[in-house]
Design a protein around this ligand. Structure first.
Ligand code: HEC
Length: 308
């Protein structure tokens, strides 16, 4: 006669496996839910975008803003505009103000969602303080930029047929993970330019078209500060940029990045960087690599550090 325990194991083992999987699912449910919502926009989770929308439309939608602060956080936090009307696919820059009313430095983070939930998948943020844990010094006050667009596909989704207003709500909470915090002071007008952040932005927002040392869709950019506009060797420029009487300085690069097509009418660069702190850091990076302090062999080095 065979021993009895293997028979028990035949039944028990699958039970343990199933129990183990269920326990795992329960333990990781919040992460799985967040990942699912992030990917699908379900539950009003918004999307993060690194590039500009490729299409736009004449249809408009109103975006309203709502802000809340947890009772134990001594901060004032308000949108500077109650709502804006945007064309679908149009990038928009809006500001929120945060002020630390307390006498000690505090780290907070923002949770956010949009209503109706069906619009979440189409709401894209390019720049937002809500990507990080954020520190404000005692009695410090800052204006924080948010750059977003609503994907034109929004209008094609029958769930959104009746939607003419999307509400973006933020709630600021005291951070439980203050070690990774960024300083909100980086949004102040006189903040020191951050070339490392600029490099990160360059990777996210420019490298699809530009490299430092070779021409791609756009011209190579090492050495651009102090270079005559439209003069990178071997690149075929638009007539407009080629004949612009312009030498790139940190100032003119800032104006270019804010809106190339109104700075030099007729040019082909389709990208705009609406918030001034991001432009300042990008230009600091271009200046750094233009001065040749950066080692060319390093230019493919992955950008380290947290998200901004
Ligand atoms: C979708 C492609 C694309 C992206 C993304 C893009 N650019 Fe461009 N950029 C171009 C094109 C095309 C030109 C040339 C324009 C022309 O000839 O009219 C250009 C030109 C420039 C120039 C002028 C250079 C010269 O030699 O005169 C600068 C500076 C520049 N881009 C910086 C940037 C930065 C910084 C970013 C990231 C924020 C960026 N670009 C993102 C396509 C792009």
């Amino acid at each position: 006669m065979e021993p009895r325990y293997p028979k028990h194991l035949n039944v028990l083992l699958p039970c343990f496996v199933v129990l183990g999987i269920m326990a795992g699912l329960v333990a990781y449910a919040p992460e799985l839910y967040r990942a699912f919502c992030g990917a699908t926009g379900y539950g009003g989770t918004t999307q993060r975008a690194y590039s500009d929308p490729t299409t736009s439309s004449d249809q408009t939608v109103t975006v309203a803003f709502d802000s809340n602060v947890a009772p134990d956080l001594p901060w004032r936090f308000e949108p500077e505009q109650r709502s804006v009307t945007v064309r679908l696919g149009e990038q928009k820059l809006v500001f929120f103000t945060a002020e630390n009313l307390g006498s000690e430095s505090i780290v907070a983070h923002a949770t956010f969602n949009v209503t109706p939930e069906t619009s979440g998948a189409y709401f894209n943020k390019i720049q937002c303080f809500c990507f990080n844990e954020e520190r404000l010094g005692p009695h410090q006050k800052v204006e924080m930029p948010v750059v977003f667009y609503v994907d034109p596909a929004f209008a094609k989704d029958s769930d959104n047929a009746q939607v003419d207003t999307i509400t973006l709500s933020y709630t600021l909470l005291r951070s439980v993970n203050p070690d990774q915090a960024k300083n909100l002071a980086r949004f102040e007008a006189n903040a020191t330019p951050d070339a490392i952040h600029g490099e990160q932005l360059f990777t996210q927002r420019c490298s699809a078209c530009h490299a430092l040392d070779s021409n791609k869709t756009g011209p190579m950019l090492r050495g651009v500060v102090g270079r005559k506009a439209g003069s990178a060797a071997g690149y075929h420029y638009s007539q407009a940029l080629q004949s612009a009487a312009l030498t790139w300085s940190t100032d003119s690069l800032d104006r270019w990045l804010a809106d190339p097509k109104s700075f030099v009418p007729g040019v082909r660069m389709p990208v705009r960087v609406l918030d001034a702190p991001s432009r300042r850091d990008l230009v600091a990076y271009l200046q750094k690599v233009s001065q040749g302090r950066d080692n060319p062999a390093d230019s493919n080095r992955p950008v380290s550090g947290g998200e901004y």
